[in-house]
Design a protein around this ligand. Structure first.
Ligand SMILES: Cc1cc2nc3c(=O)[nH]c(=O)nc-3n(C[C@H](O)[C@H](O)[C@H](O)COP(=O)(O)O)c2cc1C
Length: 161
């Protein structure tokens, strides 16, 4: 073995994606703190994301962020991105991750046909009534008018554009 036994992994190499340069190839996959009440972030959520980013990954994906009210469980522990009031929560997350040197990415989701076991005020809803293998019952099939309404929920609130 030579004196310099350093292994240069491609995981450490920067990666350019359009106008963004990732400092390496490591990503914190989508997850969440649960520091959420009634759809909005609580103090401490931003600190968590700052710590994750300063650990050295190049991209941090925040999860548990929903696009429509009928995707919120009764616990209210998912961030309601469709509400203008959620903008500060999302800004704090993005700024905390950026300050740690990573690229912030928010994974938006509508839970669709899955409750994941959570209690909910709304019936699970999907484009068809095909049951998820992870659920005990079939979802409600969305009405024709319901599909565009849910699609519109993916647009940012007016004040965030
Ligand atoms: C607390 C927690 C919350 C998570 N939330 C999400 C999420 O919102 N969206 C998602 O796609 N995956 C979510 N995941 C899955 C993770 O992104 C990851 O795929 C999973 O933890 C497997 O990776 P691991 O083996 O490194 O833990 C979550 C995982 C955990 C532990």
């Amino acid at each position: 073995m030579t004196a310099d036994a350093t292994v240069h992994s491609p995981l450490g190499a920067p990666l350019r994606i359009r106008e963004h340069t990732l400092r390496n190839r490591m990503v914190a996959t989508a997850h969440a703190t649960g520091l959420v009440r009634e759809g909005l972030g609580l103090p401490g959520d931003g600190d968590y994301w700052a710590r994750i980013a300063s650990g050295g990954v190049a991209m941090v994906i925040t999860g548990a962020t929903i696009t429509a009210r009928d995707s919120q469980p009764r616990s209210g522990n998912l961030i309601e991105a469709f509400r203008p009031e959620a903008r500060p929560t999302l800004q704090v997350q993005a700024q905390a991750i950026s300050a740690g040197g990573a690229l912030p990415v928010c994974q938006l989701v509508h839970l669709g046909r899955e409750t994941r076991g959570a209690e909910t005020w709304f019936a699970p809803v999907a484009p068809s009534s095909v049951r998820s293998p992870r659920e005990p019952s079939r979802p409600t099939r969305s009405s024709v008018s319901g599909c565009p309404r849910r699609a519109r929920c993916w647009r940012p609130p007016t004040s965030a554009r």
